[in-house]
Design a protein around this ligand. Structure first.
Ligand SMILES: NC(=O)c1ccc[n+]([C@@H]2O[C@H](COP(=O)([O-])OP(=O)(O)OC[C@H]3O[C@@H](n4cnc5c(N)ncnc54)[C@H](O)[C@@H]3O)[C@@H](O)[C@H]2O)c1
Ligand SMILES: [Zn+2]
Length: 363
């Protein structure tokens, strides 16, 4: 088992990564009160696959436990599901402070974290992410949120978990497209901060896709390590440091919005396209060597091979782009690579260059 510490003073916590580590849970949790009830938020799919395993792992704690199922997919990150979950929690833990578990992918993690942040002005929670995307990204860093019709992730909080457990065993049942979706974020970490991780991905992509435990452990560990270091420096996203995690996301979010968040383009696929586009903009601005640009495109093509933009209209992408949170007072903001392992924040990229890049990018 590998461990990454996120150093945030009183809000510090550990991320544990390894194969079959769920059974170590009771020895890792610290519960202050003897009567703390445990409230596990999950969905039907994850509960059917792994609910019994988690129940068994939690049993030695001898606490009252409830597994609460929320709907699958992004629609769980909504006010109706939030209210239902919080009311169930209130009935379950009437006079005591509960301990909450987010057991599932990023959707479950974001909703549960938001519930934990609000109930009784904050109760402790643990993230047990079961998708690669959640293990390398959404479960870490404390951004918790739900969506409203007008915008995604717009109602939320910063609320750090007490612990994150990344058990690689869960990834065995993950559909390949979901695995590749998470891998796009791992490639992102390589490009923004870690040339060695990037080379590792180039060499080991096949063994990762075959779910080799050692290679998986390495990439999840490295990703958590990089995200933890960035979050430590800019927990509340106010210093332009956490912004580098948005590499590929400016155009990626616009592509997702232009496709109405349909499953035709998944988040990681949109980010993959966004990373290729940002790298192309960097090439045109002579910020990056052609050889590095080609290496980035080639790795991304191997990770996310099938995404095409053909069905999304350029006009809709540009329109979505103008609503992006990263457009500050009408000025656009991009994270652009200066090489592999290093990125720079660049404002005011000319509209013609953005347009030309979107039109010419095919992954
Ligand atoms: N908070 C953050 O910092 C942050 C960062 C990135 C993304 N996100 C959010 O994360 C969400 C996306 O997360 P996701 O990609 O994990 O999607 P998801 O939670 O919808 O999971 C994808 C699918 O995989 C299923 N699944 C989960 N674990 C499984 C397993 N072990 N085996 C088989 N199937 C399994 C789920 O039921 C679901 O159908 C989005 O809402 C996004 O906004 C948040
Ligand atoms: Zn992302």
């Amino acid at each position: 088992m590998k461990t990454v510490k996120v150093n945030l003073n009183k809000r510090s916590y550990k991320i544990h990564i390894g194969n079959n580590i769920l059974k170590k849970l009771p020895s890792l949790i610290k519960l202050d009160k003897p009567d703390t009830p445990l409230f596990v938020v999950t969905n039907k799919k994850v509960n059917t696959l792994y609910g019994a395993k988690l129940k068994k792992a939690l049993k030695p704690l001898g606490k009252k436990i409830l597994f609460y199922e929320i709907p699958d997919s992004e629609r769980a990150k909504s006010f109706p599901v939030y209210i239902k979950t919080i009311r169930r929690l209130a009935r379950f833990a009437k006079k005591v402070k509960p301990f909450v578990f987010a057991f599932g992918g990023g959707v479950t993690g974001d909703l549960t974290g938001f519930v934990a942040s609000a109930y009784r002005r904050g109760v402790p929670y643990i993230q047990i992410p079961t998708t690669l995307l959640a293990q390398v990204d959404s479960a870490i860093g404390g951004k918790v949120a739900i969506d409203i019709k007008e915008a995604k992730n717009i109602v939320g909080n910063f609320y750090q978990p007490k612990m994150v457990i990344c058990d690689l065993v869960f990834l065995k049942t993950l559909p390949e497209r979901e695995l590749r979706n998470g891998l796009a974020e791992v490639v992102k970490y390589g490009i923004i901060k870690d040339k060695k991780l990037f080379s590792f991905l180039e060499k080991n992509i096949k063994s990762i896709l075959k779910l080799n435990a050692k290679t998986l452990e390495y990439i999840v560990f490295k990703s958590c390590f990089i995200k933890a270091r960035v979050v430590e420096k800019d927990e509340l996203d106010t210093k332009d440091l956490r912004a580098i995690l948005n590499f590929g996301h400016t155009l990626g979010h616009a592509i997702e919005a232009a496709s109405c968040y349909s499953r035709s383009v998944m988040h990681g696929e949109a980010v993959a396209l966004g990373m290729v586009m940002a790298s192309r903009i960097a090439l045109k601005r002579k910020m990056i060597k052609k050889r590095d640009y080609e290496k980035i495109c080639s790795l991304i093509r191997r990770v996310v091979p099938k995404t095409k933009l053909k069905h999304i209209r350029l006009k809709n992408i540009l329109n979505a782009l103008s609503y992006d949170k990263k457009f500050i007072y009408g000025v656009n903001r991009f994270i652009l690579p200066e090489g592999i392992g290093h990125v720079k924040i660049v404002d005011k990229v000319p509209d013609v260059l953005i347009k030309e890049t979107i039109e010419n990018t095919r992954v």
